[in-house]
Design a protein around this ligand. Structure first.
Ligand code: C2E
Ligand code: MG
Ligand code: MG
Length: 766
């Protein structure tokens, strides 16, 4: 450190040495009137003020600490004024005096008052009432004991001290005030306060204590009127303050010292009582006045100690209550946490970890059990179209339904997303089948979620445990079975079969190939005529997608369409088929005019209907091709329409565009005649399975016949699908059907082949 920076401290130390030496010399050698000893006092005060100011300007200290040092600076300045006033008092009498004038006393007391005020404003003092009481009681005990000891051993022997010095009372007052502030500073030094440096506080408390003690020197200066206790008291206090200020400027505040735990037990009160008792034993209470004073003080101290004890006990009781409450809360949090770790936050049922734990436990038990994996069909569509809030509400409703239908011993857990899993112990194959059928039916009952009518569909895969299984393997098998259930159209359950593993493998590979099929030019669209009965005139065509796989050859749409629906490729494929079909419709119209097919049907899957922006896309494709929207028929299945409110919305959108809507494969899904009312249906395609029985005396024949009555009543066109024989065609015509489609009339063919049939506008090959 450069000498310049240390200069104020060197000056302070030199002045302190000068003052102490001067005082000692004056006392021992009786130097008559050491006026010069007054001069260092204000200088040292200002040096201390400057150090405090420097500390108060340190930018990285907290606001309370900086304010404390500003107050310290003010104390030093007031002390400078007090020392000048004290000098004036002393020099006002020839030969000197130790009498304080009222101004000096007020100023000295103000300094101490200010110091204590500065302390009280520190955050460390924003404490509980109990701590305040304890501090007051401790201070009282120390003051009474200290005061009595000093009186007992020294002051009482100087009977005339007040009259001799005249300044003893104010000096004593100052000493008491100094003692109080010293205790306060020492307490802060012990407890710590933000970025306030502890050592600095030790220095300040030492300085104040030492100055207070020096003030008591007044009592031995009766024969040295030229000397004054301020000669040492003020330099000691100010030098300590100067060192403290410097210490605060240089200390490291980056890591404030940890605050020591407040001690609730202190030996001080007991030592005080013991001291008092000792004094009491050594005095004759009854006779001497001193004995009475000591007795009175002992009573007072005992009362204070008892009060302190009571406060501590009460405080301890309060703390115990707080600890009790905290422990109780902690236990509650622990229980909550334990629940959260093992349960799904959304549905409150078990989570994956919990499920795997239970499966492991079950496996260790050695008894056979079943694991089922459940997945909601088209859940993504709900989330995309209706938002995650509705999706979450649907998941909650499904988990509730599952939970209600299971037995006590079963476990239902949510693995994440729309996947649930079941652990079903102790069921035979038949019992499991009954339970799963009931579950599928229960989940698939219509419900209203957030104001949207829905018919959730669920696919379940189930497998039985075998020795050596792991939770992961069981879930994998259940997953394969679940996909098989989805492949079969969803809304059903399937047992795991080892052959499924192979199929699942193939499925994955085929799915990957399908994603590339469009780019590789392996896809084409064929058109199957829809004819008018009985003459077979082409009334319309249905666009049907074909995939020629480079290795497997023609892949049936019954295989690759569900696959595309599962892996999402259907969105892109459907878009492509639609564009092809509308372009073809426009081409036929251009080339053949009125002879062109009046209607071109395109199959639209559930996933496409649920896709945001689907209607706008259809509109753009139609406009781009330049066809009349009324030529286009969107074929949708009942299940697709029933799935989510979004699908129904899209169908309304299509209808508003002028596109016609056909309900495909009618009678195979979850048929509901109310659909014909809610949904803008123009065409109803009666499924082949009904048409097959039309020539026999079967329920199918009855349905086919009654459907025609309903459709004509609702002004809906009925088309019979899959007509393979002339007999069927004849029977259908008799029943009132005007339109039909099937191999009996024509197989699906290319656009050019269709054009070939149109040119002569002649009969269609039978
Ligand atoms: P779909 O919409 O009901 O189409 C009619 C299906 O019945 C076609 O099968 C057609 O070839 C077949 N079919 C027509 N007449 C007869 C007949 O007399 N006997 C028999 N046994 N079958 C007949 P395909 O082309 O194999 O298509 C199967 C299903 O795949 C379609 O059923 C449709 O749901 C779906 N599909 C085909 N192309 C597309 C497409 O581009 N997009 C979508 N989303 N689905 C498509
Ligand atoms: Mg169709
Ligand atoms: Mg069909």
């Amino acid at each position: 450190m450069p000498v310049r920076a240390r200069l104020p401290v060197i000056m302070g130390a030199a002045l302190l040495a000068f003052s102490v030496a001067g005082f000692v010399a004056g006392f021992l050698a009786g130097v008559p009137y050491p006026v010069a000893l007054w001069t260092p006092l204000p200088v040292m005060c200002l040096l201390a003020a400057s150090a405090c100011r420097e500390a108060s300007r340190r930018a990285d200290l907290d606001a309370a600490t900086r304010r404390f040092w500003r107050h310290g600076m003010l104390c030093c300045v007031v002390l400078a004024v007090a020392s000048v006033s004290n000098a004036r008092d002393a020099l006002s009498v020839p030969g000197g005096t130790q009498r304080f004038g009222p101004v000096s006393v007020t100023l000295y007391l103000s300094v101490l008052g200010l110091a204590v005020w500065a302390l009280l404003r520190l955050p460390t003092w924003q404490r509980s009432r109990a701590e305040w009481v304890r501090f007051g009681l401790d201070t009282g005990i120390i003051l009474i004991t200290g005061g009595l000891l000093v009186w007992h051993f020294s002051l009482r022997k100087m009977a005339a001290w007040t009259s001799l010095t005249g300044s003893a009372v104010p000096a004593l007052l100052i000493a008491i005030a100094a003692a109080v502030s010293m205790i306060a500073f020492a307490k802060v030094a012990y407890a710590g306060a933000g970025s306030l440096d502890r050592r600095a506080m030790h220095l300040v408390s030492f300085g104040i204590g030492a100055a207070g003690a020096c003030t008591c020197l007044t009592l031995v200066l009766e024969s040295h009127p030229g000397l004054n206790s301020a000669f040492v008291a003020v330099p000691v206090a100010t030098f300590c303050a100067q060192l403290a200020g410097r210490r605060q400027v240089r200390c490291d505040v980056a890591t404030p010292a940890a605050r020591p735990v407040a001690r609730r037990f202190s030996v001080v009160p007991y030592l005080a009582v013991a001291g008092m008792d000792a004094m009491l034993l050594g005095t004759d209470i009854a006779r001497s006045a001193e004995g009475k004073v000591i007795a009175a003080c002992t009573v007072a101290i005992t009362a204070l100690v008892v009060a302190r004890q009571v406060t501590t006990l009460r405080e301890n009781a309060r703390l115990l209550r707080t600890v009790d409450a905290s422990l109780h809360q902690l236990r509650e949090y622990q229980a909550q946490l334990a629940h959260q770790v093992r349960h799904d936050t959304l549905t409150e049922i078990a989570n994956r970890a919990n499920f795997e734990e239970r499966v492991t436990h079950q496996l260790l038990g050695g008894e056979e059990f079943l694991v089922a994996l459940l997945d909601l069909d088209d859940f993504k569509v709900v989330n995309d179209r209706l938002g995650h809030g509705t999706g979450d509400a649907l998941l909650k409703a499904v988990s509730r339904r599952l939970h209600e239908r299971l037995r006590e011993v079963d476990t239902v857990a949510r693995l994440g997303g729309d996947e649930f899993t079941l652990l079903l112990p102790g069921l035979t194959g038949d019992e499991a089948a009954t339970l799963l059928r009931r579950l599928v039916n229960a989940v698939q009952e219509p419900l209203t979620v957030d104001g949207h009518e829905m018919v959730p569909r669920i696919s379940i895969g189930v497998t039985a445990s075998v020795p050596g299984d792991t939770p992961g393997e069981l879930l994998r098998r259940a997953d394969v079975a679940m996909y098989a259930a989805k492949n079969d159209g969803g809304g059903r359950w399937a047992w795991f079969d080892p052959a499924m593993d192979r199929l699942a493998d193939q499925d994955a590979r085929l799915g990957a190939d399908l994603r590339q099929a469009l780019a590789r030019g392996e896809l084409r669209v064929l058109y199957q005529p829809i004819v008018e009965l009985p003459d077979g005139r082409i009334a319309g065509v249905e666009a049907l997608l074909r995939w020629h796989h480079p290795r497997h050859g023609e892949v049936s749409p019954a295989v690759f369409i569900p696959l595309a629906e599962r892996n999402g490729a259907i969105i892109e494929l459907g878009r492509w088929v639609f564009a092809q079909a509308v372009a073809q419709a426009a081409a036929w119209r251009r080339e053949h005019g009125d002879a062109a097919p009046e209607r071109v049907s395109v199959n639209v899957s559930a996933r496409q209907l649920g896709e945001p922006g689907f209607v706008a896309e259809v509109e753009a494709a139609i406009r781009h091709a330049g066809v009349d929207p009324a030529v286009i028929v969107a074929e949708v299945t009942e299940t697709a329409v029933l799935g989510t409110g979004a699908a129904l919305e899209a169908i309304h959108g299509l209808s508003e565009l002028g596109v016609r809507v056909a309900l495909d494969d009618f009678g195979t899904g979850q048929s509901s005649l109310s659909l014909l009312v809610d949904c803008p249906v123009h065409v109803l395609k009666v499924d082949k399975s009904f048409v097959d029985g039309v020539t026999t005396a079967s329920p199918e024949a009855v349905i086919v016949e009654s459907l025609i009555g309903i459709t004509s009543g609702l002004r809906i066109q009925a088309v019979a699908e899959g007509v393979e024989t002339a007999d069927q065609a004849h029977r259908l015509h008799q029943a009132g059907y005007r339109y039909a489609q099937g191999f009996h009339f024509a197989r699906p063919m290319s656009g050019a082949e269709i054009a070939g049939l149109l040119r002569p506008a002649g009969p269609v090959p039978a």
